[in-house]
Ligand binder design. Structure first.
Ligand code: HEM
Length: 227
């Protein structure tokens, strides 16, 4: 029995590492896809812009500013977490980390402005508006803790930050599901203005508070034997 338990332990840990790797890879692919598609706001006429979003009274100039900056953040995020920054990678981590935070800090106020013009009304304004304020605050704290050299705290704030940034992906996954759950498009959109990010933040918090927090990010070191 003891031998079975001894064998099952490492196997379970191995399966968890593989599962975490696959989930991270899928999340990164979705993030890159949504980010690249969002870059279409750089093109004249904003091809494939949803009509209700294009009707937002603050769409010009805030929509392209917001969409492109937020897309830069969404694109850079996965590469920040992919590996623990060590040696030569520290330089890249610093440069792209600064770019990520600057993109978030500029995309958040433009998101807040757009939230006030949301065509689905005050509930969506509240959902996206709160997200914009929290997103800004979390990134500001991430920046401050990095500059102060408090890297454990910095890591926590950046995990929260990307959980919020990833809301852009969740929103686009939930939109086609909402009508299947019986919501009209407008009601679904209102619910999603909160549902796209609140659960992400709760999951990030659970992850950060659970004992082995961080192992997923450093699976290389965990899965490779020492020496
Ligand atoms: C995390 C904080 C974010 C907030 C508060 C926010 C807020 C908003 C708001 C209020 C709108 C207009 C919606 C309407 O008029 O009904 C919008 C649209 C949009 N946002 Fe964000 N957003 C955030 C993150 C992102 C991210 C990370 C991306 C990355 C791609 C993104 C890309 C877009 C795009 C492309 C649109 C236009 C709608 C579309 O084409 O699907 N946003 N955002």
């Amino acid at each position: 029995m003891e031998t079975v338990a001894k064998l099952a332990g490492p196997r379970l840990a191995g399966a968890k590492v593989v599962g975490a790797k696959l989930a991270s890879a899928l999340a990164a692919i979705l993030a890159v896809a949504v980010a690249l598609f969002s870059m279409r706001y750089l093109l004249p006429g904003w091809p494939a812009a949803p009509a209700m979003v294009a009707q937002n009274p603050f769409a010009w100039p805030w929509l392209p500013i917001h969409a492109v900056l937020a897309a830069v953040a969404l694109l850079l995020g996965p590469f920040q977490f992919w590996r623990t920054p060590k040696g030569g990678r520290r330089g890249w981590h610093k440069v792209s980390g600064r770019l990520y935070v600057v993109a978030c800090l500029l995309a958040a106020p433009s998101g807040l402005i757009l939230a006030f013009g949301a065509t689905t009304g005050p509930v969506s304004t509240a959902g996206f508006g709160t997200l914009a304020v929290v997103w800004f605050a979390v990134n500001a704290l991430g920046w401050r803790t990095a500059v102060a050299g408090r890297f454990a705290e910095h890591r926590g704030w950046m995990i929260r930050s990307y959980a919020l940034t990833f809301g852009a992906v969740m929103l686009r996954l939930y939109l086609p599901i909402a009508p299947l759950a019986g919501f009209s498009f407008e009601d679904g959109y209102r619910v999603i203005s909160f549902a796209a990010w609140v659960p992400n933040l709760i999951l990030a918090e659970i992850f950060l508070r659970s004992g082995p927090a961080g192992r997923v990010m450093t699976w290389r070191r965990v899965s490779q034997p020492a020496g």
